[in-house]
Ligand binder design. Structure first.
Ligand code: PAF
Length: 283
């Protein structure tokens, strides 16, 4: 079932609460791939009702970014999400979400939003936290599901929920990759054949850095350089950032002693891809 208005969805949610059903929520911007569908499946396993939102949120795009051209295919998305276990698709218009005159933002401050994607996309996370708040208020989920590919987003949203005592559990699910290691992303569709082939370098370099760490290299400078060198072997790769931080705080560290993240953002042609790996002691 597709619902387009918040009033209709709220009525539906009220009924679900009356029937004491647990609600799992998967917020997305659509153009669903296997990564999103893994979240829907997980939500289905853990809840009695699954809501998937499809909303390309304008406030998380910068003025020169791809909001207008972001891929959209609501028919296919609806079919895929329902097949994966969604009970309801919430697909509101921009006006339905951002009521005229609205001027309220939810913003998580500090390192967690100012480094990595926050440095290259300064207004991005406040757009994400604001819209996710609105969605949580409408859907009132017990659990909400996000992908580890957007590791910084997951960390920011987990912090927001803690800081604001919100009644929802954030569940972070593993990155889903293609056979050659490229992380699934709706933006992969922008890549031409050569760019797509070269994009496999991201996961390869992250695997290398993990091996180096497991072999005993702890220096953030050395590990970072290893990734940079590897990515730079690809002529079409243009690095936006390569960084290693403590995770999930995203504090600066000189050595990887505790849980850390190696995160990369790299442009192939016009397409900016992100990927990451969590560095932890070998289990
Ligand atoms: O991860 C995304 O697709 C978006 O950032 C989200 C969480 C749906 C908010 O618009």
């Amino acid at each position: 079932m597709v619902i387009n208005t918040k009033d209709e969805l709220k009525r539906f949610i009220k009924n679900a609460h009356e029937e004491q059903k647990t609600i799992g929520f998967v917020p997305t911007m659509g153009f669903l791939h296997k990564g999103h569908l893994s979240l829907v499946k997980k939500a289905k396993e853990e809840n009695q009702l699954v809501v998937v939102s499809i909303f390309v949120n304008p406030t998380q795009f910068g003025p020169t970014e791809d909001f207008e051209t972001y891929p959209r295919d609501i028919q296919t998305d609806t079919r895929l999400a329902m097949e994966a276990g969604a009970d309801v698709i919430f697909n509101p218009s921009t006006e339905e979400m951002y009521v005229p005159g609205s001027s309220t933002w939810v913003e998580v401050e500090g390192d967690i939003t100012s480094v990595l994607c926050g440095a290259s996309r300064p207004t991005h996370f406040r757009g994400v936290t604001t819209v996710v708040n609105m969605l949580f208020n409408i859907v009132e989920p017990d659990k909400a599901y996000f992908g580890q590919k957007d590791a910084q987003q997951a960390a920011v949203l987990t912090k927001m929920v803690q800081d604001l005592h919100m009644n929802v559990e954030i569940v972070v699910c593993p990155i889903v990759r293609e056979a050659d290691g490229v992380a699934l992303s709706s933006r992969n569709i922008y890549l031409n054949k050569e760019e797509r082939e070269q994009a496999a370098v991201l996961n390869r370099s992250l695997q290398l850095v993990q091996e180096a760490y497991w072999k005993g290299e702890k220096s953030v400078e050395v590990l970072t350089e290893l990734i940079v060198k590897n990515i730079n072997q690809m002529p079409l790769a243009e690095i936006d950032y390569v960084n290693i931080y403590a995770y999930p705080s995203l504090k600066t560290i000189a050595k990887v002693e505790e849980k850390a993240i190696a995160a990369v953002a790299v442009k192939f042609g016009k397409t900016r891809l992100i990927d990451n790996i969590i560095l932890e002691k070998r289990k």
